[in-house]
Design a protein around this ligand. Structure first.
Ligand code: HOZ
Length: 420
């Protein structure tokens, strides 16, 4: 496989961009080697600047549930180009999108659009603090909620991949407002509420963790979070940036039938453009400015391009409920064969192959995976035209554009690796 053009771009990139990438997870640091520079995407495939093609299981880290360049989104984007890309003033489409979100995710009675998942979680946290008048947040080890200062404590995704426990640049006093507990440990949450219950503003959780690899919630875990937060006057925030419209149309809260107080959305909601949202109970959201005293704002929030893409994406998903059946079938096909010494976690079309024979239920068990062996599999598959996330601690994603042939090719390549 030729990679000279990618290597040349990477060399050049590192001169003016830290690490040569605009987000650390793209740099292949967890698997070694040089990232592929992408020329274009179509359907289930990525094409790099050297002319190689790959079956793409990253899907832009989650947004591309219909694959690359889905027709409804592309058409919506074309039509916006005729009217303008940003007005800094309200539009009817923003209202339509808020109405659609509230319809599909009923716990989000009111919604505020922002530009990234980080902005959404940062804002939701501020709202939780402003609403409760408390400062402490409970999060879970290995969960990642964007690069929000106070949430970069024992975080997953790039932090886990790079082995950065607590990032430089976050004042100790900010980090001290966060209590990080083991994912799926009801006992740890109970104990924390018993000690700090009247100071905890919110528990924020990925209802299906995707940033330490895919880790499902244990039976009863989300229910316990709901009960404990309610009992102690704290808010429950579901970070559904990854799981929203992914593990079900109504997200993890629909799949597991638990209603949080606040929800953050990102990725799929933007249809492949930068957009995210936070929202929840109306009595809480009415504390947000200009109605209430909690300030949050954004020049490009709800801009027409992202809103058009998001509306087209969500309308398609609402009109085609069979999408989730297709995703379930394809994902089941991909994960049916469990390689020796590997644990496969999957929820809907999110999956991870962990290089450990033991169950992976939290960060401690995810961390025990054999990262070197994962890196070998990663490069073996890359050479055979299969593009996994370049880290053991990320979820893979399947889109409706992935064909049975794509999956068969991937499983065959996996078998070749494990049988070699
Ligand atoms: N939230 C994404 C999945 N872990 C990563 C996106 C990024 O950090 O670039």
């Amino acid at each position: 496989m030729k990679t000279a053009q990618s290597e040349e771009w990477f060399e050049r990139a590192q001169r003016h961009i830290p690490g040569g990438v605009n987000s650390p997870v793209r740099a292949f640091r967890g698997v070694g080697g040089s990232p592929r520079f992408i020329a274009r995407g179509e359907g289930s495939k990525l094409f790099d600047v050297d002319g190689n093609s790959y079956i793409d299981y990253v899907c832009s880290w989650g947004p591309l549930i219909l694959g690359h360049r889905p027709q409804p989104v592309i058409e919506a984007l074309r039509s916006v180009l005729e009217i303008g890309t940003s007005f800094g003033a309200p539009t009817g489409q923003e209202v339509e999108l808020a109405e659609l979100i509230a319809h599909v995710v009923p716990s989000m009675q009111m919604v505020r659009l922002v530009n990234s998942g980080t902005e959404a979680t940062m804002s939701a946290l501020r709202v939780a603090r402003g609403f409760t008048g408390r400062d402490l947040t409970v999060k879970f080890e290995g969960c990642y909620h964007g690069h929000v200062d106070s949430l970069l404590v024992k975080a997953g995704s790039g932090m886990a991949t790079l082995g950065i426990a607590d990032t430089a640049g976050v004042p100790a006093s900010f980090a001290a407002t966060t209590i990080a507990l083991p994912y799926n440990s009801i006992a740890a949450v109970e104990q924390t509420f018993a000690t700090h219950g009247d100071k905890i503003a919110a528990v924020i959780v990925e209802p299906v963790a995707g940033n330490m690899g895919c880790v499902p919630p244990a039976p009863g875990f989300l229910e316990a979070l709901r009960e404990l937060t309610a009992r102690h006057g704290a808010l429950l925030i579901f970070d559904e940036v990854m799981t929203g419209f992914r593990v079900a149309l109504g997200g993890a809260q629909k799949r597991f039938e638990i209603l949080p107080d606040l929800t953050t959305l990102g990725k799929i909601i933007g249809g492949g453009l930068p957009m995210a949202a936070y929202g929840g109970r109306a009595d809480i959201m009415k504390k947000v400015a200009p109605v209430g005293p909690i300030y949050q704002a954004g020049t490009l929030s709800g801009n027409p391009l992202a809103v058009a893409a998001g509306l087209a994406m969500l309308r398609y998903l609402v009109a085609h409920p069979e999408v989730y059946e297709i995703l379930e079938a394809r994902s089941g096909q991909l994960c049916a064969w469990v390689p020796p010494g590997v644990t496969v976690n999957r929820v809907g079309s999110m999956f991870t192959f962990f290089f450990t024979p033991d169950p992976v239920t939290d960060w401690a068990s995810a961390e025990r995976s054999d990262k070197a062996r994962f890196a070998k599999l990663f490069h073996f598959l890359l050479e055979r035209g299969v593009y996994l996330a370049p880290s053991q601690f990320e979820a893979g994603f399947i889109s409706t554009a992935h064909s049975e042939d794509d999956i068969r090719h991937t499983v065959d390549a996996m078998k070749e690796f494990f049988e070699a």
